[in-house]
Write a protein that binds this ligand. Structure first.
Ligand SMILES: *Cc1c(COP(=O)(O)O)cnc(C)c1O
Length: 385
């Protein structure tokens, strides 16, 4: 399916709403039936009927069709947050006594879910360095039900060979779920590589304007329907029609934004690589990246996130970050605005160890500004170190 068709037409029946170019926000909680027979049919199969907007809603449905197609998947569910799109399918597929093999260092709230919440329900998680496929194989136990992946992660960008891990899991009857937030469906399509379920934070590239929190889950119709009929409807982490509409609007420009961000990030990365205060840059499409070959094999491009390790102390990192005039200091990424997130913001000052490069790491997100404008800002802030 053409990307242009997906972003501009798929799922949109404009005749149904006055030939308007932009779809309506169907801001309703419930839908009317005119006969008991129709009502009965609807209640018996909520997945395929408009009944109540915790389940299906026409504005959300347009978005679901586009997101499924973008991932090369049969169906998609949209959630009120990215973390709901990760936690809901995990709850839907695990029972007490089950075991999870997860890639090391997944997103912070995913880690907390594995470490703090799942153990209360008798589910244990082991983490492995996912850069080597055999590590997954060695960690699999008789009761392993899920292999959880995040490729690349969003601070240090280690990749997993998605095709190889998917094949391994399939041969053992183990479900695979990947967090694909970094790449967006334009730069990586895990479902087409054999992964069962693909989650992403739509707060990031899909929304693209730092004004919506949302998540997406894609997979086969059978798996998605099972999750819909169970935990999706029961936990109720759904998206509002208005936020779904904002995501549809975000999708219109997804391709141009990703192209711009990829080009700008490559330029900024090369500039940072040459700066004397930058000890190391970590970016999956940079020539210095240890897994560059795998990145090029399974990703069509990189996202706008990269990290630098600065050759300075804690005070120097603080002077650099405090000195940025245009690049904003904040969590999240994927919007129009460039951002910085120093690792030291996440730790008490007394824990800082200058000999540990991960403590001297600053994550930078490159947004839609002119790359030379951003380089100018980085240059003047590095001068203050
Ligand atoms: C932001 C993020 C999430 C969580 O998404 P929310 O929309 O904030 O709930 C999950 N994984 C990764 C990699 C993220 O960056």
């Amino acid at each position: 399916m053409d990307l242009s068709y997906i972003l501009n037409e798929l799922g949109e029946d404009r005749k149904d709403y006055f030939n308007a170019v932009a779809p309506p926000v169907i801001q309703t909680s419930n839908f009317v039936f005119s006969t008991v027979e129709a009502f009965r049919k609807g209640l018996a199969d909520e997945y395929d009927h408009w009944i109540y907007s915790r389940g299906n809603n026409p504005t959300v449905d347009i978005l679901r069709k586009k997101l499924a197609a973008l991932d090369g998947a049969e169906d998609a569910l949209v959630f009120g947050s990215g973390i709901a799109s990760i936690v809901t399918p995990i709850l839907a597929n695990l029972s007490s006594g089950d075991h999870v093999v997860s890639v090391a260092k997944p997103y912070s709230w995913t880690t907390r879910f594995f470490d703090r919440i799942l153990p209360r329900f008798g589910v244990e998680t082991n983490y492995v360095d996912g850069t080597v496929v055999e590590h997954f194989e060695k960690a699999i136990r008789e009761n392993t039900r899920l292999i959880y992946l995040e490729s690349p992660n969003t601070f240090t960008y280690e990749l997993q060979d998605l095709k190889a891990v998917a094949a391994l899991a399939r041969s053992r009857g183990i479900l695979t779920l990947v967090d694909n937030s970094y790449c967006s469906p334009l730069h990586q399509q895990p479902i087409t590589l054999g992964i069962d379920l693909c989650a992403q934070s739509a707060t990031k590239f899909i929304g693209g304007h730092s004004d919506v929190v949302a998540g997406v889950l894609t997979g086969s119709r059978e798996r998605i329907k099972a999750i819909f009929d169970g935990e999706f409807m029961n936990i109720g982490g759904t998206i509002s029609p208005w936020n779904a509409w904002l995501l549809i609007r975000g999708l219109r420009t997804l391709q141009v934004r990703m192209e711009r961000i990829a080009a700008s990030t490559a330029k900024v990365a090369e500039w940072l690589f040459r700066h004397t205060l930058v000890e190391k840059i970590v970016f999956p499409f940079h020539h210095s990246f240890p897994q560059l070959e795998l990145a090029k094999k399974q990703m069509k491009g990189a996202g706008g996130l990269l990290s630098i390790v600065l050759k300075t102390d804690r005070e120097g990192i603080e002077r650099f970050c405090n000195g940025l005039k245009h690049i904003l200091m904040a969590v999240s990424w994927g919007g129009h605005e460039s951002l910085a997130f120093p690792a030291i913001a996440g730790m008490p000052p007394e824990d800082f160890d200058p000999s540990n490069p991960s403590h001297r790491l600053v994550r930078i997100y490159i947004g839609l500004e002119d790359p030379d404008y951003l380089i100018g800002d980085l240059a003047q802030a590095l001068d203050q170190v």
